[in-house]
Design a protein around this ligand. Structure first.
Ligand SMILES: C[S@@+](CC[C@H](N)C(=O)[O-])C[C@H]1O[C@@H](n2cnc3c(N)ncnc32)[C@H](O)[C@@H]1O
Length: 227
């Protein structure tokens, strides 16, 4: 699949090639190229999902009340959803960008053939939609224990270049209606809304998080809810 990037003054192109266990994405604007292989089937990924004490898991869990269902409003390449699903959550993952959604779904489907991954993948449902449309349309009786957001971080010259996966996301897509999604999420989550932020950045809104879990470069702000 080759698609021109929308709103890009330079005619950039994306080429996506199916592999046995994932997808190869090649981006080029004629001068620069960026290649990335998306796959869940890799020993380094197994180590990542199995790592204990991850802040994302702590942020999306509650010792007193079991948190089972998670709605991920910013699915992207599906890594965070995968980690959550691997740790027992039933994840509904939303992604507005057609290309990103399609690549992630292809890799998930290919991962089903792998006995190490298949149980986790069966805990993930992926939908190609703008999360604000989804949240606005769902019935009042549909409530998720936890709603998760990982908006694209702003890039700063002073910070290290992100990995190729994030560089490609920056070329392909962006944040849509994130503040509105967050506000609506607070009314739709029965236990909490979790927002991933760069470690030193400000909170998403003026409301301060109730809990914060930190890692080396990112943190997870937790907003407790009573929906
Ligand atoms: C930083 S990435 C998320 C990465 C993801 N957590 C992962 O593990 O791969 C943000 C993603 O959110 C998506 N996004 C932004 N606004 C959205 C919206 N309103 N609805 C659905 N997806 C959205 C972007 O297209 C992008 O793919």
């Amino acid at each position: 699949m080759t698609q021109p990037k929308k709103n890009n003054p330079v005619e950039a192109e994306f080429r996506i090639t199916g592999l046995n266990d994932g997808e190869r994405i090649e981006w080029s604007d004629g001068c620069n190229t960026l290649n990335y292989t998306h796959s869940f089937n890799h020993p380094s990924f197994y180590r990542r999902i199995n790592a204990t004490g991850q802040a994302i898991i702590k942020a999306c869990s509650n010792k007193q009340r079991s948190i089972r269902s998670v709605l991920d409003l910013t699915g992207g390449w599906g890594v965070d959803s995968f980690i959550l699903a691997h740790h027992g959550k039933q994840v509904t993952m939303l992604e507005q960008n057609d290309i990103v959604h399609s690549v992630t779904v292809q890799s998930l489907e290919k991962g089903l053939g792998n006995p190490i991954l298949k149980d986790t993948i069966s805990n993930i449902k992926s939908i190609n939609i703008n999360s604000l449309d989804y949240l606005s349309a769902i019935d009042d009786n549909i409530i998720f224990d936890c709603i998760y957001l990982d908006p694209m971080f702003p890039t700063h010259k002073s910070t290290a270049k992100p990995g190729k996966d994030m560089q490609l996301l920056q070329k392909l897509t962006g944040n849509l209606d994130i503040e509105a999604c967050f506000a609506l999420a607070l009314t739709k989550a029965s236990n909490r809304v979790v927002v991933k932020r760069p470690l030193k950045s400000t909170s998403m809104t003026t409301r301060q998080p109730d809990l914060v879990y930190k890692e080396k470069t990112v943190r997870f702000d937790v907003y407790l809810t009573t929906a």
